[in-house]
Design a binder for this molecule. Structure first.
Ligand code: ATP
Ligand code: MG
Length: 332
C-alpha cells in the first residue's frame, strides 16, 4: 500500500526538511559527478589520447597540466616520460645518421685511392706507361695511394674500436712530467728534420703520477703535432708545447703558427672524417680521423680536448689528462 506523506499527518516542517535533504543529496551527487568528470575523467581522457599519440611516434607530446586535476602528479610524470622518450629517440636518430655518414665517408675515402690504383696498374699493364720515367711516376702514385689506404684502414680500425668501447687500455701510473718530456724530445728530432722549430715549457711537478696508457697518449700528441706541421703555411713553422699541473690532472696546450681554422669549421674538427677546406686540403692528404681519434683517447683518460684558432695566425689545441680515467669515473 502506498502512503502519501500528507496522509501521515507529519508536521509540515518535517516534510520540508525531508524534501530539502533529498534535493541536497541529488544536488551533491550531481556536483560530485561533474567534479569527477572535470577533475578525473577529462584528464584521464587527455592522457589516453596522449598515449595514443606516443604510440603513433609523436614523442614529446605534452598533456595540458591543470591545477584542479586529481591526477596532476600522473600528468606531470607522463609529460616528463614523454620528454625523455623524445630525447632518447632524437639521440637514436642522430646516432643512426652518424652511422650512415660514417659508412658513406668510409666508402668514399676508400673508393678514391683504390680507383686510382686500379687505373695506374691498368696503364702500366696496357703499355700506356711506355717510358721508364712514366712507369716510375705511376708506381710512385700507386705506392702513395696504397699507403694512404693502409693508414685509412688502420685509423678506421682504431677509431671503430674506440667508438664501440672495445679498446683495451693499459693504464699505468707514470710520472707524467718525464713521460711527456720523452715524447716531446723524440718528436722534436723528427720535426726539426722537417724544418719545424719546436719549443716547450713543462711546468709539471716531477712527482706527479697519472694513470695513462703511454701508447695512447703518444698517439694523442702525435696526431696534434702532425696537424700542426701539415697545416703550417709560414716560412718558419713554429710549434710551442706548454703543460701545467691542475688540481685533478694536467693540461697540455699545443700551439702552431699555421693557417688557422675558420669559426665555422672549428666546432667540427673533432668529428669523424671532417676536413676543413676539403678541396684545398686534398693535396695535403689526410683521412679526417686524427682529431676524432685524439678526442676519444683523451676522453678515455677522463679529460677533454678543445681548439681555438685565428685564421692566418695559428691554432691551439688544448687537452687535459685526469687522475681518474673515464672507466674509474664510471665505476666509482
Ligand atoms: P688525418 O689526421 O686523419 O690524417 P686530417 O688531418 O685531415 O686527417 P684531423 O686531424 O682530424 O684530420 O683534422 C681535421 C681537420 O681540422 C683537418 O682536415 C684540418 O682542416 C683541420 N685542422 C686540424 N688541425 C689543424 C691545425 N693545426 N691547423 C689548421 N687546420 C687544422
Ligand atoms: Mg690530422
Amino acid at each position: 500500500m502506498i502512503l502519501r506523506l500528507t496522509e501521515l499527518k507529519l508536521p509540515f516542517f518535517i516534510l520540508v526538511i525531508g524534501s530539502t535533504i533529498l534535493i541536497l543529496k541529488e544536488l551533491s551527487t550531481l556536483f560530485f559527478s561533474i567534479q569527477m568528470r572535470n577533475r578525473l575523467m577529462k584528464p584521464i581522457e587527455r592522457l589516453r589520447y596522449a598515449v595514443d599519440e606516443i604510440s603513433r611516434g609523436h614523442y614529446g607530446y605534452q598533456v595540458e597540466e591543470d591545477s584542479l586535476s586529481m591526477v596532476g602528479d600522473l600528468i606531470a610524470s607522463f609529460n616528463k616520460m614523454s620528454c625523455d622518450l623524445k630525447e632518447a629517440n632524437d639521440m637514436k636518430e642522430k646516432y643512426e645518421l652518424n652511422r650512415k655518414e660514417l659508412i658513406a665517408g668510409i666508402s668514399h675515402d676508400l673508393k678514391t685511392p683504390i680507383t686510382s690504383i686500379v687505373g695506374y696498374v691498368d696503364a702500366i699493364q696496357t703499355g700506356v706507361a711506355n717510358t721508364q720515367d712514366k712507369k716510375e711516376k705511376y708506381l710512385n702514385i700507386i705506392e702513395s695511394n696504397a699507403q694512404y689506404t693502409n693508414k685509412l684502414i688502420d685509423d678506421l680500425f682504431l677509431f671503430s674500436k674506440l667508438d664501440i668501447n672495445q679498446m683495451k687500455y693499459d693504464f699505468i701510473e707514470l710520472p707524467i712530467c718525464d713521460f711527456l718530456s720523452d715524447v716531446i724530445v723524440e718528436k722534436q728530432l723528427e720535426l726539426e728534420e722537417n724544418g719545424v722549430e719546436i719549443s716547450y715549457d713543462i711546468q709539471i711537478s716531477p712527482k706527479r703520477m697519472l694513470p695513462i696508457d703511454g701508447k695512447m697518449v703518444y698517439r694523442i700528441v702525435s696526431n696534434i703535432l702532425s696537424n700542426a706541421v701539415k697545416y703550417g703555411d709560414k716560412e718558419h713553422p713554429i710549434i710551442l708545447i706548454e703543460a701545467v699541473d691542475e688540481a685533478d690532472g694536467i693540461k697540455v696546450q699545443i700551439s702552431d703558427n699555421g693557417k688557422g681554422i675558420s669559426k665555422d669549421d672549428l666546432h667540427q674538427i673533432f668529428d669523424v672524417f671532417y676536413r676543413a677546406d676539403e678541396s684545398r686540403n686534398k693535396e695535403i692528404g689526410g683521412t679526417g680521423l686524427g682529431l676524432a681519434i685524439a678526442k676519444q683517447l683523451v676522453e678515455a683518460h677522463g679529460g677533454t680536448i678543445t681548439a681555438t684558432s685565428v685564421v692566418g695566425v695559428g691554432t691551439t689545441i688544448c687537452f687535459t689528462l685526469k687522475e681518474k680515467t673515464h672507466k674509474e669515473e664510471n665505476h666509482g
